[in-house]
Design a protein around this ligand. Structure first.
Ligand code: ADP
Length: 272
């Protein structure tokens, strides 16, 4: 690899030994997924799964066929947010995704475990293998938008997912706290290394709006997201409030009843 390598082999004339092989896995004959968008976060608990679910609901509400591939295998929360507790079914050709009430198609390890509260104590390569199987062995049908709830962090498993799934782009979810700059930059750099476009950043739990006086309070401190986004030259797709109503709907398995207006705006931005 030469000095000053940008990792963008498509614009480089050098034939260096580290030229990247395309490791992306093909779809099966029962799937026609048009756009695959990874939802990533530098750490757990920032609302990545909530944002993933809401994006899928918003896309479905807007008339697209949406799907969620739950790649957060050790902390799968997608089926619970949609209130799905059935086991996934399969045939000789592959696995069928489960349909939510609005018709979003989902696949998660929680739909395969005998007991949904059983811990997943698998090692990295097994987890990565399961995620690849969700892509290759699930019969997704025609899907306009697939949102992938990515494993948190920038370790071995997310790296394999970045390599294996044909991601059209990623959305970074973060919260306004001290380490955010570092965390966002790590996720950004990982995507860049893999030549995957960063579609934008969603700042979750950005503020709390007082229901009485409508004043906005920055509970977790002053947001630095505009500065970071400017530096990285990526858009801020949304700043989401702390919203006990959405949190309670997610906890009750009724995410599809939440207000998706802000997320429909993100889908509009993705369509441009
Ligand atoms: P992650 O996938 O990053 O681990 P989750 O989406 O599971 O995070 O969210 C963690 C918890 O925070 C959940 O209980 C969820 O309901 C809650 N939560 C997420 N976003 C918000 C928000 N904007 N306002 C209030 N609670 C939220």
């Amino acid at each position: 690899m030469s000095e000053g390598c940008t990792h963008d082999c498509s614009t480089c004339s050098q034939k260096c030994s580290e030229e990247k092989k395309d490791l992306r896995l093909p779809q099966n004959e029962y799937s026609n997924v048009k756009k695959v968008i990874g939802v990533v976060s530098g750490k757990g608990g920032v609302g990545k799964s909530t944002v993933t679910s809401m994006l899928a609901v918003a896309a479905q509400v807007k008339g697209f066929q949406a799907a969620v591939l739950d790649a957060d295998v050790t902390g799968p929360s997608i089926p619970k947010a949609f209130g799905i507790h059935d086991r996934a079914e399969g045939s000789e050709q592959g696995l069928f995704p489960s349909d939510t009430k609005l018709g979003v198609r989902i696949m998660s390890v929680n739909l395969l475990l005998d007991q949904e509260d059983a811990p997943v104590v698998w090692r990295g390569p097994v987890i990565s293998g399961v995620i690849n199987q969700f892509w290759q062995e699930v019969m997704w049908g025609d899907v306009d938008y697939m949102f992938v709830d990515m494993p948190p962090g920038t370790g071995d498993v997310p790296l394999t997912v970045f390599q294996g799934l044909p991601l059209d782009g990623i959305i970074i979810v973060t919260t306004p706290q001290d380490l955010v700059t570092l965390i966002v930059k790590k996720a950004y750099n990982m995507a860049k290394l893999m030549n995957i476009p960063v579609l934008g950043i969603v700042e979750n739990m950005s503020y709390f709006e007082c229901p009485d006086c409508h004043k906005k309070h920055e509970i977790f401190g002053e947001s630095k997201i505009d500065e970071i986004a400017k530096e990285l030259e990526v858009p801020v797709l949304a700043k989401l409030p702390i919203d006990p109503k959405t949190a309670s709907l997610v906890d009750k398995g009724a995410v599809e009843l939440a207000d998706t207006k802000i997320f429909e705006g993100i889908i509009d931005a993705l369509e441009k």
